[in-house]
Design a protein around this ligand. Structure first.
Ligand SMILES: Nc1nc2c(ncn2[C@@H]2O[C@H](COP(=O)(O)OP(=O)(O)O)[C@@H](O)[C@H]2O)c(=O)[nH]1
Ligand SMILES: [Mg+2]
Length: 75
C-alpha cells in the first residue's frame, strides 16, 4: 500500500476578536499571543497531520480578516 496524501483548505471566518487567529495559531504552531493585532487580508498556516501509517493530511488554514458578511437581498 502506498502513501496517501490529502490536502484540505479550511476557511476560518467570524466576527472580529472572537479568537480566529488565536485558534489557528494554537492549532498549527502551538503558540498564543494575548496582544490583539487584527488580521489584514489573509494569513495562512499549514498543519500536517499524520492520520495513519499510510495517510497524511495537510490542512491549509486560511485565517481571514474580519470582513462583515452582508447578504444582499434582491428587491
Ligand atoms: N484569555 C483568552 N484570550 C483569548 C483567547 N482567544 C483569543 N484571545 C484574545 O482575544 C483577542 C482576539 O483574538 P484573535 O485571535 O486576534 O481574534 P480574531 O480577530 O478573531 O482573529 C486577542 O487579544 C487574543 O489574545 C482565549 O482563549 N483566552
Ligand atoms: Mg485575526
Amino acid at each position: 500500500m502506498g502513501q496517501r496524501d490529502r490536502m484540505f483548505k479550511v476557511l476560518v471566518v467570524g466576527d472580529a476578536t472572537v479568537g480566529k487567529t488565536s485558534l489557528v495559531q494554537r492549532y498549527a504552531n502551538d503558540s498564543f499571543n494575548r496582544h490583539y493585532k487584527s488580521t489584514v487580508g489573509v494569513d495562512f498556516a499549514l498543519k500536517v497531520v499524520q492520520w495513519s501509517e499510510s495517510e497524511t493530511v495537510r490542512l491549509q488554514l486560511w485565517d481571514i480578516a474580519e470582513v462583515p458578511l452582508k447578504i444582499k437581498q434582491k428587491s
